[in-house]
Design a protein around this ligand. Sequence first.
Ligand SMILES: Cc1cc2nc3c(=O)[nH]c(=O)nc-3n(C[C@H](O)[C@H](O)[C@H](O)COP(=O)(O)OP(=O)(O)OC[C@H]3O[C@@H](n4cnc5c(N)ncnc54)[C@H](O)[C@@H]3O)c2cc1C
Length: 471
Amino acid sequence: MPNQPTDIPAPTPPRSADVLVVGAGIAGLACARELSRRGIHAIVLEARDRVGGRLLNSECDGDVIELGGQFLGPGQDRVYALAAELGATTCATHRAGSNLIETGRGGLRRYRGAVPRLAPHVLLDVSAAQRRFERLARTVDPEAPWRTPGAAELDAATVATWIRRTLRTPDGRRLFTLACEAVWSCQPSELSLLHALFYARAAGSFDALISTENGAQQDHVVGGAQMLAIRMAEQLPGQVHLGSPVRRIEHSDRSVRVTTADETVWRARHVVVAVPPTLAGRIVYEPPLPPDRDALTQRLPMGSVVKCVAVYSEPFWRRHGLSGQATSLRGPLGVVYDSTPEHTGRGVLLGFVEGAAARAHARLTQERRRAAVVAQLSRLFGDRAAEPRHYVEQDWTAERWSRGGYAALFPPGVWTHLGPALRRPVGPIHWAGTETATRWCGYIDGALCSADRVVREITARLTPDGDHAVV
Ligand SMILES: Cc1cc2nc3c(=O)[nH]c(=O)nc-3n(C[C@H](O)[C@H](O)[C@H](O)COP(=O)(O)OP(=O)(O)OC[C@H]3O[C@@H](n4cnc5c(N)ncnc54)[C@H](O)[C@@H]3O)c2cc1C
């Protein structure tokens, strides 16, 4: 009998797959699903005990409420197609009625459409600036923003610089700042102008980013967007390993060895890292990554956002001719939407605290946060908003496996100095995730776009002329 203590388990031999995917967000799952359909054995290793990453459903009184990515809109063909394939339906964000704008001093005005009612000279200022932004955005090459004419100059400027130089009126500047906070969940001083232009270009236009009708907030998935991830994972039986944070990736030209936090070792021909760049930078690579790739992951922080949801016994604001959509220059919520689920009597308002306000909000106690948001909803929608049946918040800045949202920010200089390292594979390591998308970067659709590209990269290399043999 071997002299071996019984309480020390023998090391388990490495497990193997053709492709390992790090992260069961929408990008990682879409990638594994498509590879599997093509007969390539893919395993997904997910840090959390759930799938979906930045998509998160919760439940209140039997209704689904969404605490992460939610909306979709025209031009996001990949998400609509995926929803249809998975048997999910989409429905329009409620928008009948007037929207509200809360001024910095707390005044309220009603308006319709995407642009609040402002003094005529402010409106002229804002629309001229928007036209200029759209024109500049059309010059950006979404595949290679660093090749845009004047890229160095555009990437040396921040959105704050551009706002200061372009808009003449204080209210116009404030409105553009609010739009920046709403779209990128950061302050304009944190963001490269080139990145903001690229983002608009990748979405078709800036207007598409900020609009509900004909824009990125037009629709949502009935049952919540996380359902798309859950259904994809159901189609990958035994292939999605939850509670498996990847700590280490050892790589040679032809294979990878991936170790998770519990020391499980996996081997494969390729690995797809489908996590935000800042989290990709927390994995240990052996040998280390090329300096430009490593530098890139040191420079892409996540935006700061807290999503707040208040549930009422009914959508009472609709009876007062209000759509439930609001824009606030006073805060803490920057933007508010009616997120009432279909066919329930209840009413749901959701709002976002973004950028610097999110960081300040996150420092408050839970009680003070709730009080600040509910007080604002009452200013906007009246006394009935003061007593929600439920109030739920999701602070994405506190999420270990996201580190913020909606997506990564590109500060000045990153695109032009390090952009080519964003998608370039390093031997058998491929990079996916919405941050690597050339269409709808930062959005669910962008995550799917990145999965399509990585599947093409891998299948091209798994051809008979490529490195087909599997470990
Ligand atoms: C509050 C909020 C609102 C948003 N609103 C919208 C919206 O309305 N419309 C829209 O289109 N988009 C929206 N977004 C953005 C959208 O959610 C994201 O673009 C999309 O979900 C990103 O998917 P992904 O797969 O690229 O990354 P993620 O969803 O971040 O997935 C990455 C996965 O990797 C896992 N992971 C990280 N590190 C490791 C590791 N070391 N090992 C193993 N696993 C790891 C994470 O747990 C996560 O599951 C929003 C995001 C937030 C936060």
